[in-house]
Each structure stands twice: as structure tokens, then as C-alpha cells.
Ligand binder design. Structure first.
Ligand SMILES: Nc1ncnc2c1ncn2[C@@H]1O[C@H](COP(=O)(O)OP(=O)(O)OP(=O)(O)O)[C@@H](O)[C@H]1O
Length: 609
């Protein structure tokens, strides 16, 4: 048997679901109803432009009022209104949108209609029942000779509709939606609460919204204008309006404006960020046709750009967003890619057009750039030409400039370039100084992201490795052919190693004797680059397989310089005291000598004097 048919829905069952679960936040009822009122007004303006309405437009405001005593909230507009027939069609049929129908009907005549009308699902109106036990509509259509339509519904599937005349007739064109607020929604009868909601969602709606006698919105926010109409001051002023609490001016901004393959406008500001990873999320505000949706932009804006501030407005982002929806939405993915590209292009042009200005801002934008490179391959490809590396003298280089800069001096015997860095120039001063004495350059990688960044650069750059200055003795940092020869016999080498091992008496310190230059220190304490990096990564949340390295105890290499003039003394009788002293001095120079060991060292030094 084969049969086709249509699936039926029982309204009694589906209705509560729409009311309660469609929107997670009850406060958005106001956004929905004000949006409808704005739509009704925009539609009337369109009709007037097309000559289909020739009457007087009057003052096109949307008014919101609250009467706490009578437990009523009223949303009134002076828009196109509805006849009783239209209420039956648009309101009584859930999920039939008059907005969509209007756009369809007029899209040929009025190309802008699509961009101006907010509604699209035919569901928004019913969000009123999230806070109201009864909703009334009083409406009068713009069409000549129509009666007032009066609709009442208590949130069940029953409604009444009549066309009152005489004193009950509505005098003016437009619609009043009256909510009789339910007992459990008292909060929405508070003026302050309503004002907060209105300012949150309706601050930039294109039609004036009056609440308790005061217009609460700006109808043409600057992102809807052309960049050529705007001055730097306009952008800064708008920033201040968006973030009244912010003390700092933004560093620079990007005015977004696309209409193909999706629609998006907005302004993204680069704020001043201090060195630490201060993730001030929830800063970018997401709008759809000037209606605020959310400041949870996680899925629309790439993670690394969450530190940016500003607004994004896209009608392609549905109003009733839910997270899972956003993630899956193809338009949202495209927006994400577009924003990344725009930001990269902006940084690139700043870098090219004003290198000095760019360098000045580097301490603020460096983190965005590095984070972006780490989290987005496409961004890496663009940013590799404008990411800057800073050396210990404060000079900034691009990657290419830097490799050029150290080319002559910092190649090892296998032709690999070795980039030296410190993560704490003060702490590792003796190593930095030793490297500089050799004519090496040392980079400053002291940001929390830098261990990851170093890892990334090492993978990307060919024949290049990174070594922290304290990873080895200076002569071994970059291995050259001119290795010094040891002046010690094998027996003395062994004895020297034993003397030090006994004097140090710490299993975490691995003593080895090496032939360094006589000018180098007698003892150098280093930490293996690989192990240390793994530990660093683990500390900053490298996660996964990195965990195991954290469990290893700290371990250091203690290199004793076989060619140092003092070696003879250590090898002589009683040399262990000298060995201990030399080891402590090495610890001291790295800030590793503390507590009891430090006291003992001071005491021993005094005795020696
Ligand atoms: N104040 C109003 N004036 C005139 N018509 C209105 C008004 N409010 C609602 N309508 C009509 O009722 C229809 C349904 O409204 P509803 O809010 O449920 O859906 P929508 O606005 O079309 O879409 P969305 O679910 O995206 O908000 C609207 O499309 C419109 O035709």
C-alpha cells in the first residue's frame, strides 16, 4: 500500500512549546514587539514612496508605555495597521509571516524593502505570551474605509476578533499591542527594567522609539553610513557611546561593509590591550537590521578576534539565535572567514603605510596577531609578513628582516639558522650578555603565548631552530666547527666531574665537563631546551600529551669548563670547596640560589676571604 499525505500538528500541543521554549530569554518579547512596530512603520514608508499610500504620514514614532497599576504594557505604532482580515491571516496563523509576504510582494518595486524589514519567521509576536496572560491588538489599517480591528487572546488557541465602532473605534492609523502582564512577570512592569531592555535591544533601531516621553534610540548609527562620510572623531565618539565605561581610546578600527555573498556591516575596534591575556569577552555586539541580538559572538567572530570591540550587523544572522544554530549556519561561517580576512588586510595596510605608527602600536596588537597566527592557518599566511619580533635592545623586525639580520653570525655548522631568545632578559642576564659578546642577537619572547609561537615558527621556518639563551653554554648554543679542545687528560676530566658531582650533591644537577673557551665561565647551569619547552607549554595549557612532561622533576645540566684557569685549583687537594663555591656562583647569577643554600654560600664566601 502506498499513501501520501500531510503531517498534522495539534495547535494545543505545539503552542505552549512555541511560547515557552522558542526563546530562552523572556525579556526579548519587547524586542519582538517593537521590531514588529518598526516593521509596520517601515512598510508604510515604503508604500508612501511607491505612491500606494497618499495620506499624511504624521509623526512616525513607536511608543512604549507602562501602567503598573493596570498591569499593562502598550506598544503603539503609527505604521500601516491591520484590518480584521489581516489579523486573521498574519496573527492567527502562526509561522505565517506578513513580513516575508510583504518583501516578496514588493521586492521588484522596492529593492530596499528586504533590508528594512526585520521579521521573517512569523513567530515573534507570540513571544508576548511569555510575559502576558492576555494580549490585545487594536489596529486600524492605512487603507481607506476600514474599521478598527480588535483582537484578544489569552494564550490558548482561542481568540476573539471584533470591529468596534463609535467611542471604541481607533481614531488613528496604526497598531496598539496591549499586554496584560501575568502575575509571574511583575518585573516587566518596572519602568527601569523596561528601559534597560529597550536600551539593550532597541538602541539603534531606525525608527524613533519613545519610552515614557523620551526617545531612547539613535536611528542612524554610524555603521549604517559610508566610511567616506565619517571622521576619526565620529568613530571615537561612537566607541565611547558603545562603551561608556571605557577609559582608553581605540587604537584603530575597521569599517566592515559587504553585500555579497552575504550582507554585513559593522565597525570593529582594536582596543588597547595590556600585555596579559585579558580576555574581555562579550564585547562585540551582534545586530540584525539594527536590532541587538547578543554580545555572545563566539561563533560569528573568530576566537582570536574576541578581544576586539564594536558592532556587527547582519540580516543573515537569524534573530532567534541559538548557539547550536549559529555554529551550523553556513552564513555564519562565511562571516567568520570574511572578518578574519578584513582584519588581516587592515593590519597589513597599516604596516605598509605607516611602519613607525604600526611599531608604536605593536605592544597592543602583538597578542592579537600571534594568537591569530596560532589559531588560524589563513591568518598565519597573511600575518607572517607583518608580525614583528623584538630583540632585547627593543628593535623590531619582521621575520624576513630578522633572518636576514642574523644570517651571517648565527648559522651552525650544518647551515641551520639558530634564533636565540630570552623570556626574561633580567633573570637570564648573564646568558644574554654572553651571547651578545659573541656577536649574537637575542630576541625577547616574554609573552605567555610566546612558547607556542616559538613552536609554530620553528615548524614553519625552514632550517631554523630556536634556543633560549640559557639552554646551553654560549659556545654550544650555536654549534660551529671551531670547537675548542680540552687541555685535560681523560683521568683529570673524570676527577673534575666527580669532584663537582660530590660537591653539588643534587641528583637533579647533571654534571658534565666540556671544553669551552678559557674566557667562558667555570660553571654554567643550563636547562635542556626541549624539556623546558614542554614544561612551559604544559604550564600555559598545551594540554593533551603535554601533561606527562609536567610530572618530571626539574633537571639541569651543569657544564664545567675544562679550559678554565681555575680548574687546576679544583683538581688540587681540597678543591671540592672551590667547586661548590663556583657552582653556587653560577646559581647566584641565575637567581637560583635561595634560602639555606644562600646563607651557607655567604658564610663560605666570608671564610674564603
Ligand atoms: N504592529 C504591527 N503592525 C502591523 N502588522 C503587524 C504588527 N505586528 C505584527 N504584524 C503582522 O503580523 C505578522 C506576524 O508577526 P510576527 O512577529 O509573529 O512575525 P514576523 O515579524 O513576520 O517574523 P519574526 O518571527 O521574525 O518576528 C507580521 O509579519 C505582520 O504582518
Amino acid at each position: 500500500m502506498q499513501e501520501t499525505g500531510s503531517i498534522s500538528i495539534h495547535t494545543e500541543n505545539i503552542f505552549p512549546i512555541i511560547k515557552k521554549f522558542l526563546y530562552s530569554d523572556h525579556e526579548i518579547f519587547l524586542r519582538e514587539l517593537v521590531s514588529n512596530a518598526v516593521d509596520a512603520t517601515q512598510k508604510l514608508k515604503s508604500l508612501a514612496q511607491l505612491g500606494e499610500y497618499q495620506g499624511d504620514l504624521g509623526e512616525l514614532k513607536v511608543r512604549v508605555t507602562v501602567d503598573k497599576e493596570a498591569r499593562k504594557i502598550t506598544i503603539s505604532d503609527h505604521g500601516l495597521g491591520m484590518t480584521a482580515e489581516e489579523i486573521k491571516k498574519y496573527i492567527n496563523q502562526i509561522a505565517f509571516s506578513g513580513a516575508t509576504e510583504f518583501v516578496e510582494q514588493y521586492k521588484e518595486k522596492d529593492a530596499n524593502a528586504k533590508d528594512q524589514i526585520i521579521g521573517q519567521f512569523g513567530l515573534g509576536f507570540y513571544s508576548a505570551f511569555m510575559v502576558a496572560k492576555e494580549v490585545e491588538i487594536w489596529s486600524k489599517s492605512y487603507k481607506n474605509d476600514t474599521l478598527t480591528a480588535h483582537w484578544i487572546c489569552d494564550g490558548s488557541t482561542q481568540f476573539t476578533l471584533d470591529e468596534p465602532t463609535g467611542e471604541h473605534a481607533k481614531a488613528e492609523r496604526g497598531t496598539d499591542v496591549v499586554l496584560h502582564v501575568a502575575e509571574d512577570s511583575d518585573e516587566f512592569l518596572e519602568e527601569a527594567r523596561l528601559r534597560t531592555i529597550l536600551t539593550k535591544y532597541c538602541k539603534f533601531l531606525p525608527i524613533p522609539i519613545e519610552f515614557e516621553g523620551e526617545v531612547i534610540n539613535q536611528t542612524t548609527p554610524i555603521w549604517t553610513k559610508q566610511p567616506s562620510e565619517l571622521t576619526d572623531e565620529d568613530y571615537k565618539k561612537f566607541y565611547q557611546e558603545l562603551y561608556p565605561m571605557s577609559m582608553d581610546e581605540p587604537l584603530f578600527w575597521i569599517h566592515l561593509n559587504v553585500d555579497y555573498p552575504f550582507n554585513l556591516t559593522g565597525i570593529l575596534y582594536f582596543p588597547k590591550v595590556k600585555d596579559e591575556l585579558q580576555f574581555s569577552r562579550n564585547k562585540i555586539q551582534l545586530y540584525s537590521r539594527q536590532v541587538f541580538i547578543t554580545d555572545e559572538v563566539k561563533d560569528v567572530v573568530p576566537e582570536f578576534l574576541m578581544l576586539l570591540h564594536g558592532v556587527i550587523d547582519s540580516p543573515d544572522i537569524p534573530l532567534n539565535v541559538s548557539r547550536s544554530f549559529l555554529q551550523a549556519d553556513a552564513a555564519v561561517r562565511k562571516i567568520n572567514t570574511y572578518i578574519t580576512k578584513k582584519v588581516a588586510d587592515k593590519l597589513s595596510s597599516l604596516f605598509k603605510q605607516d611602519r613607525a605608527g604600526y611599531e608604536e602600536k605593536w605592544s597592543d596588537i602583538g597578542m592579537f596577531v600571534k594568537y591569530g597566527m596560532l589559531s588560524d592557518e589563513k591568518f598565519y599566511e597573511k600575518a607572517k609578513d607583518f608580525v614583528l619580533l623584538k630583540n632585547v635592545d627593543g628593535k623590531l623586525f619582521t621575520i624576513n628582516e630578522y633572518t636576514e639580520h642574523i644570517q651571517a653570525n648565527q648559522q651552525d655548522k650544518n647551515g641551520n639558522t639558530v634564533i636565540l631568545y630570552t623570556n626574561d632578559a633580567e633573570h637570564q642576564h648573564s646568558f644574554v650578555a654572553a651571547a651578545q659578546e659573541r656577536g649574537y642577537d637575542v630576541l625577547n619572547f616574554d609573552h605567555i603565548l610566546d612558547p607556542h609561537f616559538v613552536g609554530q615558527l620553528e615548524q614553519k621556518l625552514e632550517k631554523t631552530s630556536f634556543k633560549r639563551v640559557d639552554a646551553d653554554t654560549v659556545s654550544k648554543l650555536i654549534e660551529k666547527d671551531d670547537a675548542a679542545e680540552s687541555v685535560l687528560t681523560e683521568e683529570d676530566t673524570k676527577k673534575l666531574e666527580e669532584t663537582f658531582t660530590t660537591a653539588i650533591a643534587n641528583p637533579a644537577m647533571h654534571v658534565k665537563v666540556a671544553a669551552l673557551s678559557p674566557q667562558d665561565a667555570l660553571v654554567v647551569i643550563t636547562q635542556n631546551e626541549f624539556m623546558r619547552r614542554m614544561k612551559d607549554m604544559q604550564r600555559t595549557g598545551g594540554g593533551g600529551g603535554m601533561q606527562m612532561f609536567g610530572a618530571f622533576p626539574e633537571s639541569y645540566d651543569v657544564t664545567v669548563n675544562a679550559n678554565h684557569p681555575l680548574v687546576a685549583k679544583v683538581l688540587a687537594d681540597g678543591g671540592d670547596k672551590l667547586a661548590k663555591q663556583a657552582f653556587d656562583l653560577a646559581l647566584l647569577s641565575q637567581g637560583l640560589l635561595k634560602g639555606e643554600a644562600l646563607t651557607a654560600f655567604v658564610k663560605r664566601s666570608t671564610e674564603l676571604l
